[in-house]
Unconditional design. Structure first.
Length: 207
């Protein structure tokens, strides 16, 4: 008997970077560029994702999981009604290639990294991050933004959706002089069989 504190991830998730193709971000980009700094500060102050590795990155969180132990239950946050019509078309285009008939988006947010900002090396260790695909759509960026996923550095250009490996070590650095703003979200197939470990408390012994 051995202890498995980090149960097996969804085998459908990428182990590196999966390029999902171009997405029309123009309406969303225009709205993001118009967000007042006071609104960014207010949304960031109330965000539920307070992780030290995120550094000075600010967030506007539209949807979030009820518990970081389970991706199956999530809720809309106060900003979602205002942004839904702009964000949902981007989500739909980004995930079209997966072909899931019934799917869910447990976490959806904008993440703004200032010039000189760093997201420190980390893995998304909470159980709710182990099953859904983790997808980025760059909205505003610059060529000096370095995103390290799957063991290699990458530049993700605006409007090109990518799935990234959030369970391996990853980090981001903005060496440019403009903000890097990504739409970041999770996505999973609700018809996919759930893992056996889901019903077990974290740290249960397994054979």
């Amino acid at each position: 008997m051995t202890t498995d504190p980090l149960p097996s991830a969804n085998l459908r998730k990428t182990r590196g970077v999966r390029h999902l193709g171009p997405v029309d971000i123009a309406p969303l980009r225009d709205a993001v560029m118009a967000i007042p700094q006071a609104v960014w500060r207010e949304e960031n102050a109330g965000k539920p994702n307070r992780f030290e590795a995120l550094g000075e990155t600010r967030h506007m969180v539209f949807r979030f999981v009820d518990s970081v132990l389970d991706w199956r239950r999530s809720h809309d946050r106060s900003a979602w009604p205002q942004w839904r019509d702009l964000v949902e078309p981007v989500l739909a285009q980004a995930v079209a290639s997966y072909g899931y008939r019934q799917a869910a988006f447990p976490r959806v947010m904008l993440a703004a990294m200032p010039p000189g900002g760093i997201i420190h090396p980390h893995i998304d260790a909470n159980l709710a991050a182990k099953w859904p695909h983790k997808i980025h759509v760059p909205i505003l960026t610059n060529p000096k933004v370095v995103s390290f996923f799957g063991g290699a550095p990458h530049y993700f250009p605006p409007g090109q959706a990518v799935e990234v490996d959030n369970l391996g070590p990853h980090w981001v650095r903005n060496d440019g002089d403009t903000d890097r703003v990504h739409l970041i979200f999770e996505y999973y197939d609700t018809e996919q069989a759930e893992p056996d470990w889901l019903a077990k408390p974290a740290g249960d012994t397994v054979g």
